[in-house]
Ligand binder design. Structure first.
Ligand code: ATP
Ligand code: MG
Length: 433
């Protein structure tokens, strides 16, 4: 296996590109890792964040893996944690409470697992759905709230409030099958909105309160952190590819020309481009009015801001949550897009680049690569505090496979936690791996 046991690998399965992030664990501190390479390949067989052609998707994943391996001599990538899109995902806030007994006593790991399980039992899972992420927001001991980490504290009653995200199993199943067929074992799944936000927002921003809006090729995600905790994560199957499709359909030009043209047109509200572009489409000359093309692009982006993004932020503010707005994804490379976003959202926004950008190679560290970094942030933060990101179904999947970090731990099949999680993970999730 060579150095495989010392590395973390994250794979971002995007609609436009597949990215493979390889990070090396620090020898003296297993909670720290340094990115040592980013592999990439254009994505084929994906539409609106989902696999629509398995063979093509497998071949794209293989290409991205081969690209990463070609940069890192001696490293053979055999496993990865995969970030994938699931616009169907649902986000819940639930509470749980357990009694610790008649006399006050120290809170154990088992108590934490039990209180989390109690909270999750409030979620009615439909058949073939499972919880993919569980993120505690805060705990209370004996009615004293605002407790960050109750482990080893003393009390008689423990309460938790948490955010849980549920997903239909089959979408993840297809992702796992695809990556596996490309020769890489999947040791964990992470939803893209979480990966995007962890990769773009600094811990300080997450603590103060920040929303991350990511507009990629086929999806737009919306993730909210407040007081350091995940409050909301959702995804929409609309992205920059819709802009190219609209231009292609309405101006009757091939998609590749539309894709190229839109990157040159400003989206700023007060900067309508003027003039004519003459395209040479397979020897046939076609004149395109730049203003008309810019109008088509702007209409789609404005619709996204007006119908989806602005109402999401408004709904948040109605709940008393006001946050900084950070935006990323390939669409944020559009000239003038910051001005368009700010005019729609009526506030300043920041364009988010990867928090680990200084470790990432030039050209692969702009606003399109936040999820690639976010997977590594997720894995290292989880190593430092496993109760910050509880992954019940993942534990179910992992109990008979090696850990994502590559450091093997003994399998504890009789462990009550595993049994419990198996029960509400509904066995079916085990099939994923
Ligand atoms: N310079 C640019 N100007 C405008 N749009 C751009 C530019 N560069 C890339 N894009 C658009 O950004 C989109 C790709 O973004 P990104 O790389 O973030 O997508 P992805 O991560 O593969 O997709 P997703 O996360 O939605 O599955 C495409 O629609 C592409 O046309
Ligand atoms: Mg993306």
């Amino acid at each position: 296996m060579g150095r495989d046991s010392d590395i973390l690998v994250g794979l971002d399965l995007g609609t436009s590109k597949i990215t493979v992030t390889v990070a090396e664990l620090a020898e003296d501190n297993p909670g720290e890792a340094q990115i040592i390479g980013i592999g990439q390949a254009p994505s084929r067989g994906m539409l609106k964040g989902k696999i629509v052609n398995l063979e093509q998707a497998i071949s794209s994943v293989s290409d991205a893996i081969a690209d990463a391996e070609s940069m890192l001599s001696g490293i053979k990538i055999s496993r990865a944690v995969v970030a994938y899109s699931c616009p169907e995902a649902r986000c819940y806030h639930v509470k749980g409470m357990i009694s610790l007994g008649r006399a006050a006593r120290q809170i154990t790991r088992e108590d934490l697992e039990r209180v989390i399980e109690t909270a999750l039992s409030n979620i009615k899972l439909e058949p073939n759905w499972a919880v993919i992420h569980t993120l505690p927001i805060k705990y209370a001991i004996d009615d004293i709230g605002g407790i960050d980490s109750p482990l080893d504290m003393t009390g008689m009653k423990l309460e938790v409030e948490l955010t849980a995200i549920t997903v239909p199993v089959t979408i993840g199943q297809n992702v796992v099958n695809c990556v596996r067929k490309a020769g890489v074992k999947v040791t964990g799944l992470i939803l893209k909105p979480l990966a995007e936000a962890l990769g773009a927002l600094s811990p300080d921003e997450r603590a103060i309160g920040a929303s991350l809006i990511s507009i990629g090729g086929g999806t737009t995600s919306f993730t909210v952190f407040y007081e350091g905790r995940l409050m909301h994560a959702s995804e929409l199957a609309v992205g920059g590819d819709h802009v190219s499709n609209d231009i292609s359909l309405l101006l009757k030009i091939p998609i590749t020309y539309a894709e190229k043209m839109k990157k040159e047109l400003s989206a700023a509200p007060d900067e309508t481009p003027s003039g004519i572009i003459t395209l040479d489409i397979r020897g046939h000359k076609q004149e395109i009015d730049k203003a008309e093309a810019a109008d088509i692009a702007a209409a789609r982006l404005e619709q996204l801001f007006a119908d989806n993004i602005a109402p999401g932020i408004e709904a948040l503010e109605n709940k008393g949550i006001s946050t900084e707005i950070v935006m990323n994804g390939g669409v944020m490379l559009t000239p003038g897009i910051k001005a368009l976003a700010e005019s729609h959202l009526k506030r300043d926004i920041r364009i988010g680049t990867p928090v680990l950008g200084s470790e990432m190679p030039e050209g692969r560290n702009d606003c399109r690569y936040c999820a690639a970094a976010g997977i590594i942030v997720y894995l290292t933060e989880r190593r430092k505090n496993p109760f910050a990101y509880v992954e019940p179904p993942m534990t179910v999947f992992k109990f008979d496979v090696s850990k994502d970090e590559g450091i093997k731990k003994p399998v504890r099949k009789s462990d009550s936690k595993v049994k419990t999680l198996l029960r509400w993970g509904k066995d079916v999730m085990k099939e994923l791996f």
